[in-house]
Design a protein around this ligand. Sequence first.
Ligand code: C5P
Length: 312
Amino acid sequence: MPAPALTLSAPAKLNLHLRVVGLRPDGYHELDSVFHTIGLADTVRLEAAPEVRLTCSDPALEGPANLALRAAHALRARAGEGRGVHVRLEKRIPPGAGLGGGSSDAAAVLKGLNRLWGLGLSPEALAEVGAGLGSDVPFFLVGGAARVRGRGERVTALAPLAGTWCLLVHPCVTLSTAEVYRAWDRARAGVGEGAGGPAGKSPVAARGLTPTPDAPIMTRAPDKGAGQAEADLLAAPVNDLEAVACQLAPEIGTALAALRDAGGRDARMTGSGAAVFCLADSRAVLEETRNRLAAAPRWNVWMVPLTAAEGP
Ligand code: C5P
């Protein structure tokens, strides 16, 4: 009889909107962001095995730092020794692109092992384990569209943008998230000093990072219909990390300009980069944009729908 096994899809995400609204005492940044899963996904297969191990279609990602492997170890530590799994990862989401591939793989492992090992852990308990692995993991336990705040642990589901398509361009430079946030800190410190000097200010104010109220465009009032909330959500989106990421990797700016030129519409970076995207209500419109896109030969381009949550 074959060992029990499960196959899960681990989708990538876009940050439709990302504001850095403060610096936390733990050194992480306080975010106010809207995440949305898309139809580009890794495949995670979990097979019962004597020990925890991981193999990957990209052997370079098989080391102990792999978040999916760390997720399996973290859940076993919680569930008790004597359990094992062979995690088989089929990667399609490029790493270091701001698409959350590693975090999504980890969330799929947590959800899948909860079932495979019959643990019966609540969504809250899984989110707690997930938050210990990486800031984006709690979102991927939910998926679809969500407003994400705090370090990433405060996830509020939103109605997904049904029928919306995304043209996604990865200019094939890889950025470290930590490096982008450090560049953001340096840039904001410069702004703070230029505006009167940091002496005597709180660490947040000294860096020119004033915690701002929740961005009103993201507020989903209970009495609003999903349509209105979605319209609000896309009214004035930004990515606060885009400028510093473009300084670190100018090819991101080149890709953004190419997308804007080809589509005549707004384009943005996702997360800490380096992938960029534009959205449209129709696939046909984006087909035209794609045909006009002056993409460098090494860039990767996808056209995928925004997707709803898949359920627990
Ligand atoms: O949590 P995660 O490991 O994904 O974060 C990677 C790096 O990104 C952190 O080490 C930190 O430097 C930065 N980060 C941050 N604020 C966040 C999320 C990530 O400063 N909210």
